[in-house]
Ligand binder design. Structure first.
Ligand code: CAA
Length: 390
């Protein structure tokens, strides 16, 4: 049975911060962000936009009413959860009007979570071929004002519908995962921002890539020549470029090396304007490749490298299905163009904003008119979301 990604969509928050402005405010050469990290802009989310509203928007952008009645599992992968107990997937299930007899739950392992969710979704469809699973990778990356990771923040959600006979990409059943108990990036329950051993985290990202790739080649007997592209987890595109160069086989023909480079460049176009969306960022890279490369064709194999701090990594691949281009949005950059720019001062205000709860644990929010879905109020510690009427 062929199982894979039947549809893929994306949503990001309504504000954007230009890194040129951030560099000026922080007294840093703008080239450090643009050339050193390969980032131009980052998406910023206010309090009324969170992993639930972003996931609902991403899901709604790809689903028909019929599909909402067919989905029997909703998984939200995230490392910026809004509740220690209740899964974001339960809120999203309600907002999207998915039929009631579905399993909804959250999954976590830093930026790796969505890869685990895809694997679980695939096993579910294998067992129950008529099932459709909605996988949502939703995160808001907040490192802190003036933190080294500040220019790599971002927010967004990727939605993927996993089915049999998928219309975009099929899974190749060739996963190689690896676990290392390390402290490169983590966020204890009592902290709103992560603790980061920045340089160490980049070394681990690259070392896990190399070791996963060596093991993958041994197990599956495939080389880079079997792929037209490699997509990477994108904490910031420059790190992925280092990873790409690390595994690029110089014995490949010049033409093949150029094709892989061209496709790498296509895969970082969206992240360059969105920043890190943690668990969705690998799939934002995949979406960027599919929507911006013009030399892909059905049957092409694409390799994917997933990395979640802590750390779990995985190398696996997918294959393009005939007619895949009909299910993409070549005008997606317009979504990014529509975001409202913030000054650094406004961004800092949004960064520090907290729900101002009264003694009974309630508050109402305003200013969410331009959102598709919004957190509209908290009543006695219950979060209430709504689709915003236009
Ligand atoms: N012009 C051009 N380039 C410049 C420059 C200038 N004026 N100034 C600096 N640069 C270059 C540097 O040479 C460097 O490039 P190389 O890596 O190729 O040498 C790049 O800009 C970054 O400069 P620094 O290394 O000095 O930057 P930094 O120390 O301030 O911050 C970082 C780098 C530590 C990675 C920081 O961004 C960070 O902490 N990020 C968060 C952690 C992270 O993303 N880790 C990735 C792996 S973990 C993971 O993948 C999970 C996840 O999503 C978080």
């Amino acid at each position: 049975m062929t199982i894979g990604i039947d549809k893929i969509g994306f949503a990001t928050s309504q504000y954007v911060l230009k890194l040129q402005d951030l560099a000026t405010a922080r007294g840093v050469d703008p080239d450090k962000f643009n050339k050193g990290l390969l980032l131009e802009e980052i998406s910023i989310a206010p309090l009324t936009e969170d992993i639930v509203t972003l996931a609902a928007s991403a899901g709604n952008s790809i689903l028909t009413e019929e599909e909402k009645q067919e989905i029997d599992m909703v998984i939200v992968a995230t490392e910026s959860g809004i509740d220690q107990s209740k899964a974001a997937a339960v809120f999203v299930h309600g907002l999207l009007g998915i039929q009631p007899f579905a399993r909804s739950f959250e999954i976590k392992e830093a930026c790796y979570g969505a890869t685990a969710a895809l694997h679980y979704a695939k096993l579910h469809v294998e067992n129950s071929p008529k099932s459709k699973v909605l996988v949502l990778a939703s995160d808001i990356a907040k490192y802190g004002i003036n933190a080294p990771g500040e220019p790599t923040q971002g927010s967004g959600s990727i939605a993927m519908l996993i089915t049999q006979n998928p219309r975009i990409l099929s899974f190749n059943d060739d996963n190689v995962a690896q676990t290392r108990n390390i402290n490169d990036f983590w966020r204890p329950n009592y902290s709103t921002t992560p603790f980061v051993n920045g340089v160490y985290s980049t070394q681990q990202y690259l070392d896990c890539l190399e070791t996963n790739w060596e093991e993958y080649k041994k197990r599956y007997n495939w080389t880079l020549d079997d792929f037209v592209a490699v997509c990477f987890h994108l904490p910031y595109p420059k790190l992925a470029l280092k990873g790409f160069r690390k595994i690029l086989d110089k014995s490949l023909s010049q033409e093949k090396q150029e094709l892989l480079q061209q496709h790498f460049d296509a895969s970082i176009i969206y992240s360059n304007r969105v920043g890190n969306i943690y668990t969705g960022s690998l799939f934002l890279g995949l979406l960027s490749l599919l929507e911006n490369a013009d030399t892909l064709k059905a049957g092409d194999k694409i390799a994917l490298y997933s990395y979640g701090s802590g750390a779990v990594s995985e190398f696996f691949s997918v294959q393009l299905v005939e007619g895949y281009e009909q299910y993409l949005d070549k005008e997606r950059a317009q979504v990014l163009d529509r975001r409202k720019p913030l000054t650094v001062e406004e961004y800092e205000k949004v960064f520090y904003e907290e729900a101002n709860l009264n003694p009974s644990g309630s508050t109402q929010f305003t200013g969410y008119e331009d959102q598709e879905y919004a957190l509209i109020e908290i009543v006695e510690h219950h979060r209430y979301y709504s689709k915003v009427e236009k």
